[in-house]
Design a protein. Structure first.
Lengths: 154, 82
């Protein structure tokens, strides 16, 4: 089992991440990946100029690694990979790449879903939306919290 | 002098860090928070809030935790998630 996580200070290419994750994989029947993209519209419908993800060097990397390791321990997966951006992100740029590989598809789907729910609520980031009308710090939405809470019932 | 770090909306108001003097005998987080709040009104507005957590050596702690001069200290609001 391998858990690979990386905090990216610059834009990254999700296609390359997926290719690297697939490379040489001949014992798994399933690879599920998710790419989160910076949406050009804010919580209140305003047009965004950028998203800023503030991070705590060391602590943020550790929080992502812990989420990935918890995921690997919880599901029957072979490998987990997460790449997460920080800093200033422009609309259309990838924010996160999350992938899970498993012998069978159900575990890979569920692991990837779980990874994203946890990253959206527990990763050590502070998110700010910047638009022409000003900047606004964002807390996890009720929807994000409800998505993450689904897993404690299972 | 020890450096106290700030993140998220707390850093918006206070900048990324401030220098503080921590005595060799140490301080509690509550004492440090009070000292920072006493420094100026901006610090009080930013730090005297129940949702601003303290962190020592990258572990979130309560207000009664003790800190020594060589430890890494940070204050920040709740994580937004990624």
């Amino acid at each position: 089992m391998a858990v690979h996580t990386r905090l990216a200070l610059e834009p990254f290419d999700p296609a390359r991440e997926l290719a690297a994750f697939l490379d040489g994989r001949d014992q798994d029947g399933a690879v599920v990946s998710f790419t989160g993209v910076m949406r050009g519209q804010g919580r209140d419908g305003q047009t965004l100029e950028r998203l800023h993800l503030d991070w705590y060097p060391g602590m943020t990397e550790a929080s992502i690694a812990k989420i990935a390791e918890d995921t690997a321990a919880r599901f029957s997966v072979s490998d987990v990979r997460v790449v997460h951006r920080c800093g200033d992100i422009q609309p259309g740029e990838p924010i996160v790449f999350a992938a899970a590989a498993a012998p069978h598809r159900r575990a890979a789907f569920e692991a990837c879903d779980y990874l994203m729910d946890k990253l959206k609520t527990e990763a050590a980031f502070w998110k700010r939306e910047d638009s022409a009308s000003g900047s606004q710090w964002i807390d996890p939405s009720g929807k994000d919290r409800a998505d993450a809470a689904r897993w404690s019932k299972l | 002098m020890s450096k106290v770090l700030f993140f998220g909306r707390t850093a918006d108001r206070l900048g990324r860090s401030r220098e503080v003097e921590i005595p060799p005998a140490g301080l509690s987080i509550a004492d440090l928070r009070q000292r920072l709040c006493n420094a100026d009104e901006t610090a009080r507005d930013a730090l005297d809030r129940p949702d601003v957590r303290a962190c020592v050596d990258q572990v979130i702690v309560g207000d009664d935790a003790r800190i020594a001069p060589d430890q890494e200290i940070a204050f920040f609001s709740v994580f937004s998630g990624g």
